[in-house]
Design a protein around this ligand. Structure first.
Ligand code: NIG
Ligand code: FE
Length: 414
């Protein structure tokens, strides 16, 4: 097993333990000004002051010393919410949105998600794979070392399973960790227009059981939104998913406050995502139930909507995680660095709170908090070396890629 000593580093890491950080703990970040990390077989064996660790390393058979040049080192970024498995971009739709056509209006008239469904259904597996791999590779160059990817542009049993197979192939081939989510409940497909209950029946009787049997996706997600799935339909879909062994996620209160946050609390989902329009009452229920808020500020940016009320969530004790939402429609962005910048500049998070949101809390939002999200003994040696002295550089040096080097399980991947 390869033994590596990363040294001459300014280390910034959330200090976690086994649960997501919330409230006053949301920004619990340890700084080691002159630090080192010893990694054995890709797993962190020691983290601490350089002087101490270099002395210890003298008694070890070290394969490689890596001098990080005094730069800032943070845990590999974790992106817990993406739709980056798609076949075609929707740039013309973006132009329409800039002209003032609302996002949900485009969906209602058969575009938006439904346009991605048409392109995925007609794409070859190889094309779908290549587009997804290209998105994943770009995310990795920007420091992402663990990513969640949803299905949801198939919307029939075979196309959804095909998407999940492609995501699984990406998981095997890409050096980063990929978690898959079944999102057959992403929109009502054209063949069920006007009969949403018929599609919910199909989801519950066929698609969810088949996705469970396929065994690739760990999570099931639903788009609870006006004109998409109501709270009652979402409840039915998620209850069925749970009984088929899935862990639950929900796109909640993204455009309208339907009560998605309250439903997340009622069902005890692992996370609720978006929450741009969530009510105080819904957020308080989430806090009580321990549901993680996954906030997607790059989507608010792209939809020109007010940002989610992250400060209110932290005040209420809701753990806040951050993600890109990378998709061809509401937000085409695979950079967690951009998300970090928006969180600090537009949502009022401190640098430490945003760092926890992009790493440890994001890891917990996809059931990976025991393995990634902080530089602590026993976790994977996933590191991002930044062109700067502190993680603040991610907001300060705007619009550029600040990742100088990216390591996954101790191996350089970008
Ligand atoms: O999270 N809200 C639903 N799903 C995505 C958008 C998907 C798309 O527009 O293709 C989102 O915003
Ligand atoms: Fe999404």
């Amino acid at each position: 097993m390869t033994l590596k000593v990363f040294h001459n580093a300014r280390i910034y890491t959330p200090q976690g333990g086994s649960s997501p950080l919330k409230g006053a703990q949301q920004g619990n970040v340890l700084e080691i000004p002159q630090g080192a990390i010893i990694s054995r077989g890709g797993v962190i064996e020691r983290v601490g002051p350089e002087e101490e660790l270099l002395a210890e390393a003298k008694n070890m058979r070290v394969d490689q010393y890596v001098d990080l040049g005094g730069r800032c080192v943070i845990p590999g970024l974790v992106d817990p919410h993406t739709h980056m498995c798609f076949a075609a971009r929707r740039e013309e739709e973006f132009a329409k949105r800039l002209d003032g056509v609302p996002y949900l209006e485009i969906l209602r008239s058969g575009g938006g998600i439904l346009s991605s469904v048409r392109s995925v259904r007609s794409a070859s597996d190889q094309d779908l794979y290549q587009t997804t791999m290209a998105n994943v590779a770009s995310a990795m160059r920007h420091g992402t070392t663990t990513v969640e990817i949803k299905s949801g542009y198939g919307l029939d049993a075979s196309s959804e399973l095909r998407m999940l197979s492609v995501i699984d192939r990406v998981r095997r081939d890409a050096p980063l960790d990929v978690m898959a989510t079944f999102m057959g409940a992403h929109a009502i497909p054209e063949e069920f227009r006007g009969q949403p209950e018929g599609f919910v029946d199909l989801l519950c009787h066929e698609m969810i059981p088949q996705a469970a049997e396929q065994g690739i996706a760990r999570f099931c997600d639903v788009f609870c939104e006006e004109g998409v799935f109501s709270v009652e339909q979402s409840r039915r879909i998620l209850a069925c998913a749970r009984s088929n062994g899935f862990e639950l996620k929900i796109h909640a209160d993204e455009v309208h406050d339907l009560g998605g946050a309250g439903l997340a609390a009622e069902l005890g989902t692992l996370s609720a995502e978006h929450l741009l329009a969530a009510s105080d009452e819904g957020l308080a229920k989430m806090a009580e139930a321990g549901v993680i808020a996954v906030l997607l500020p790059a989507t608010a940016y792209s939809l020109k909507k007010p940002y989610a009320r992250a400060r209110k969530m932290i005040e209420l004790g809701v753990p806040v995680a951050l993600a890109t939402d990378c998709n061809p429609g509401s937000c085409f962005c695979e950079s967690m660095q951009f998300v970090f910048g928006l969180a600090v500049m537009k949502m009022g998070l401190s640098v430490s709170e945003a760092l926890v949101g992009c790493t440890l809390n994001a890891a917990h939002a996809i059931g990976m908090g025991h393995l990634v999200g902080s530089l602590e003994e026993g976790k994977l040696a996933d590191l991002v070396v930044l062109d700067g002295k502190t993680p603040a550089t991610l907001a300060y040096h705007a619009g550029v890629n600040s990742a100088v080097a990216v390591y996954k399980r101790g191996e350089r991947v970008a």
